[in-house]
Design a protein around this ligand. Structure first.
Ligand code: M6R
Length: 634
């Protein structure tokens, strides 16, 4: 949530800041702002200018175009509102009383009320309702104290002031700070929010995420929690939380995961839906290569010892990632025979179950930055460390699309879903990537534990190898079908999604997709649960989308669908063609695949239908209201 970017170097900062923010807009788009310092030619210090605009980044770009913005030092921010409405006065950067210190922040300062009261008692006026504004005021106060000793303003002085203020902050934050008195100094620090330094040619950049840096440099230095850095045109001074100078080699960004491009598609979401066959193909070539023994056909980047002794799996995730985890749990339990439980990460943090022995904890987060998931994992690792008994030791696996994220640095093992960067706020190809990761794990556990016969393992493996082709055909067919269907449903107010067994999470995912981008109220239910209450909602104006894939609950879902139809609901089936499908008013046909692999296909009509309904309604599909791609606040 919120993207920050900062630059110091030998070029004008504003264009770099705006380009960086463009790449970070997926993190929030309630308002945007930049502040730059233009060094005086004839003396120390410079002129700090701050420009902010409500709404999308385009509004800020217009403002900067119109008014200009000078200086080779600058900071920028794109906001997802937490404290205070999305208005200009709440937009970042925020400044101190005399307007010479400017700060951008991503995160939440939990003790901001206390700090604000203290500052207000000293007579310091506040211009916003944000939690962030306390920071420039506190830094301004520290700078006054440091200057009162007679020292001249310097980068070290700013560093010192920010360090002192950081000690007073509680919560999670990443900060970039500039001061009009020091046009050659940028100070950045982080605590439980991402921040990376990019080492360019003659310039240093800093940003919340790699796409903002990738256009300028591929050499990056991810900052660790508690680190603080002073960046000048000459170099970086990096210190850990104890003030000890750090010498770390930067790393290189590899791959195309950092390049953002819509190609010929109208929206990133549509492009990402269409990229799914590629995602699956890549996954097959990485994890199901031909030539492995039939009884162990999966290639995963872990030693066999990693799997040893695991008797239980607990999965922590939020949103779409949680739906993928639910399909994963079904596979791990029903195919591989391991008791598995899925938790909302946000609930787990405050109501974790009693510790179980020999447990693998899996955190699923495409961004690797979801605050609740990271905190739940950290809390779980701590509980297990404190327990002391080796049987209860922490074993954590992260399933993510961003191995370089905070998750990557936090857990013992990472399974990179390798879906390529996803920009649309509604997750699509990363959901598929997460599902596939669980198929790999389920196959691996089943082969190690011999919970399935070689025939069953081979059958599933072969079906998975065919998924990229199935997806290719399906997406092509359903794009048009969904577009046609969407015209009939774009005025609908409520939609019910039904699924059972392995497809129940797909019903939940279908409802979430529709809500997120079309703002239509939608609910997903296990089909058998309808008659216990939700059926009261049904009437002519409430379409019911039922996922009915052949398998052990096929007939059951069809009966549940009949019950809905008997209440006048318009019935849309996501099912294979055939006589059974006659119950549906509209059929979104799927190929006949096994129940095990059906979620990989049944999710496609859900994604496409939501997309086309939102498009018909003229909505902002890639940047739906109130949402952000990475939810880095609790
Ligand atoms: O980055 P994560 O996978 O941890 O994100 C979790 C949720 O915020 C995310 O899946 C959200 O529900 C998406 N917008 C779904 O489309």
């Amino acid at each position: 949530m919120c993207g920050i970017v900062a630059v110091i170097g030998s070029r004008e900062a504003a264009p770099l800041l705006l380009e960086g923010l463009r790449q970070l807009e997926y993190r929030g788009y309630d308002s945007a702002g930049v502040a730059t310092v233009d060094a005086f030619e004839d003396g120390p210090g410079g002129l700090l200018t701050c420009q902010r605009a409500k709404g999308k980044l385009a509004n800020l770009c217009e403002l900067v175009d119109r008014e200009g913005s000078l200086g080779q030092l600058g900071i920028g921010h794109t906001r997802w509102a937490t404290h205070g409405k999305p208005e200009i006065h709440n937009a970042h950067p925020h400044r101190d009383e005399c307007g010479s210190v400017a700060v951008v922040q991503n995160g939440i300062i939990e003790n901001h009320r206390f700090l604000r009261e203290q500052l207000e008692l000293k007579g310091i006026p506040f211009a916003s309702e944000t939690d962030t504004e306390v920071i420039p005021h506190l830094i301004g106060e520290e700078l006054k104290v440091l200057q009162s000793n007679g020292d001249l303003p310097s980068g070290s002085m700013l560093l010192d002031a920010v360090r002192k203020v950081a000690l007073k902050l509680k919560g999670a934050y990443a900060l970039a700070v500039i001061w009009a008195e020091t046009p050659d100094a940028l100070v950045v620090t982080r605590w439980q929010a991402p921040l990376l330094i990019g080492l360019g040619e003659g310039e240093f950049l800093c940003a919340s995420d790699t796409p903002a840096l990738a256009g300028f440099t591929r050499t990056i230095l991810p900052m660790e929690d508690g680190e603080i850095a002073l960046l000048t045109p000459l170099g970086i001074e990096l210190y850990n939380k104890d003030g000890v100078r750090q010498q770390r080699n930067p790393s290189l960004l590899t791959g195309s995961n950092h390049v953002v491009n819509k190609r010929h598609f109208r929206h990133f979401m549509l492009k990402e839906i269409h990229e799914q066959p590629e995602t699956a193909q890549l996954w097959v070539s990485r994890h199901l290569p031909l030539g492995l023994p039939v009884e162990a056909p999966v290639a995963l980047p872990f030693e066999d010892s990693f799997y040893e002794g695991i008797e239980r799996i607990e999965i922590l995730a939020c949103g779409t990632s949680r739906h993928a985890a639910m399909v994963g749990a079904y596979l791990l339990e029903q195919f591989s025979g391991i008791p598995t439980a899925v938790f909302y990460a946000s609930e787990f943090r405050y109501a974790a179950p009693p510790l179980a022995a020999n447990t693998l904890t899996i955190g699923v987060t495409q961004s690797g930055e979801t605050a609740d998931t990271l905190a739940a994992l950290a809390m779980e690792a701590e509980r297990r460390r404190a327990h002391g008994d080796p049987a209860f030791a922490s074993r954590q696996l992260g399933v993510t699309n961003r191995p370089e994220s905070s998750l990557g640095r936090q857990v013992d093992h990472i399974l990179d879903i390798g879906s390529g960067i996803e920009i649309g706020v509604a997750a699509t190809k990363t959901f598929l990537g997460q599902l596939l990761a669980f198929y790999a794990l389920a196959l691996k556990f089943a082969s190690l534990r011999k919970s399935r016969s070689i025939l069953e393992i081979t059958t599933l493996t072969n079906e998975l190898r065919d998924i990229p082709n199935q997806l290719r055909r399906l997406i092509q067919k359903h794009d048009q079908l969904s577009e046609n269907l969407a015209t009939r449903f774009s005025d609908t107010q409520d939609v019910i999604f039904l699924g059972r067994g392995i497809n129940y999470p797909i019903a939940l995912e279908g409802a979430l997709k529709l809500k997120e981008i079309s703002y239509i109220h939608a609910e997903g239910y296990p089909a058998g649960e309808m008659k216990h209450g939700p059926i009261a909602l049904l009437e002519r104006r409430v379409p019911v989308i039922a996922i009915a894939m052949p398998g052990r609950v096929f007939e059951k879902v069809l009966s549940n669908a009949q019950e809905a139809k008997a209440r006048d609901a318009k019935l849309i089936g996501v099912a294979p063609e055939g006589p059974e499908a006659e119950v549906f008013d509209v059929l979104m046909p799927l190929p006949e695949v096994s129940e095990w692999t059906s979620p990989l296909l049944s999710v496609i009509p859900m994604q496409l239908l939501s997309y086309h309904i939102a498009f018909q309604r003229g909505l902002d599909i890639d940047q739906p209201r109130n949402l952000a791609k990475s939810v880095t606040v609790e």
